[in-house]
Write a protein of this length. Structure first.
Length: 206
């Protein structure tokens, strides 16, 4: 399995499918996260993320492992862990995500567009898995203007992603007027793609 993880060609999809069918080599992939070989490390993280999409129940017993990785100094590991935890929310019978809510959404404030994007992009999925957190998640997204990012363009990109996230679960939002007001503010956004997202959202939802 280590040899497979170290292949130059990205075989993550086939490895994930194989492990879902035969999980006895799952421990090798978990250990791969600690490898000093970057290819094995990052391939392992990707394979685990793909498994969490295909069979979240298989990885849920290890959710604490992924929660720990949210604090990784390696961004690629952190980003994969963020996605994996979001995928596991659908089977989160012990409400582990609820307990790390502040930690998860605290990632928005690390100053990285990509890190913040992973949080925002996964928000609709998390609401779908945990509708009881809809209000809390919506409130976090409504504060996205306060997220510290390197440039105004980065902020505009994240605002566009936030509109897309709201669109995923708008029917479940209780305070729709506040969200609509937020989106209307982006009709004059200097980033055309974000402006277009706002226009499409409002034509559909207001």
């Amino acid at each position: 399995m280590l040899g497979e993880l170290n292949r130059k060609q990205d075989n993550s999809e086939s490895l994930a499918r194989r492990i879902v069918k035969n999980p006895n080599q799952l421990s090798v992939v978990f250990n791969g996260i600690s490898s000093e070989n970057p290819r094995i490390k990052f391939r392992s993280a990707k394979v685990l993320r793909l498994i969490s999409e295909k069979n979240p129940k298989l990885l849920y017993p290890k959710i604490d492992f992924f929660i720990e990785l949210l604090g990784s100094e390696n961004n690629i590991i952190k980003w994969n862990a963020t996605d994996t935890i979001a995928n596991l929310a659908i089977v989160d019978s012990k409400n582990k995500f609820n307990k790390i809510f502040k930690k998860f959404y605290g990632l928005l404030y690390e100053g990285s567009l990509i890190t913040a994007s992973h949080v925002v992009d996964n928000s609709g999925k998390i609401v779908g898995a945990k509708p009881n957190l809809q209000n809390k998640i919506t409130n976090e997204l409504l504060k996205i203007e306060k997220v510290p990012l390197p440039t105004e363009e980065c902020k505009n990109i994240l605002l566009g992603k936030t509109i897309a996230a709201f669109d995923m679960y708008f029917n479940q939002i209780q305070n729709k007027e506040e969200v609509i007001s937020f989106v209307k503010m982006q009709l004059n956004n200097s980033r055309n793609a974000t402006k277009v997202k706002a226009e499409k959202f409002l034509s559909k939802n207001s």
